[in-house]
Design a protein around this ligand. Structure first.
Ligand code: HEC
Length: 128
């Protein structure tokens, strides 16, 4: 391969890699912005949060698991009782001095936390 040709090829390849990484960064940011922009905290009801409580928390905090630290997140009544124990918010807000939830998993998004707080503040309605 001529020198000219290989220089051209490496530049082309570098440009290709750069555009991929640039594209994925932009995409992440847009996704984040979009999520914050459309975070809807009005009239949140239990069913709006089961993608967190049932799909994430109940993997560890349900009656089928032996280690759940007294916290059950697998039904409306159990979620309510757990939140009323006062231990859920500090854990999911990653406050100091308490175990951070979900355990060993990324923190819930700001929008998820806002929705949970809105739901608690409006009296933890099951349906609305
Ligand atoms: C992968 C398993 C797992 C998942 C998922 C998980 N937890 Fe936990 N949870 C644990 C373990 C283990 C402990 C005990 C931690 C400790 O004592 O260090 C715990 C403890 C807790 C506690 C007690 C904290 C305290 O003050 O002692 C709360 C509240 C809690 N979890 C809520 C949640 C909520 C809400 C979710 C979903 C957002 C969640 N957990 C997801 C495993 C999990």
């Amino acid at each position: 391969m001529s020198l000219q040709k290989s220089v051209f090829l490496s530049l082309f390849f570098a440009g290709f890699l750069f555009s991929i990484s640039f594209y994925s960064c932009t995409f992440d940011n847009e996704e984040e912005l979009l999520e914050n922009f459309i975070c809807d905290t009005t009239n949140v009801k239990y069913a709006d949060l089961t993608y967190i409580f049932s799909d994430i928390c109940s993997n560890c905090h349900s009656s089928t698991f032996t280690y759940r630290d007294g916290i059950l997140m697998d039904s409306y009544n159990n979620v309510k009782a757990s939140i009323n124990s006062g231990r859920v918010l500090p854990a999911i807000e990653h406050q100091e001095g308490v175990p951070h939830m979900p355990y060993n998993l990324p923190k819930l998004s700001d929008c998820d936390l806002d929705k949970i707080r809105a739901w608690i503040n409006s009296g933890m309605q099951e349906n609305k």
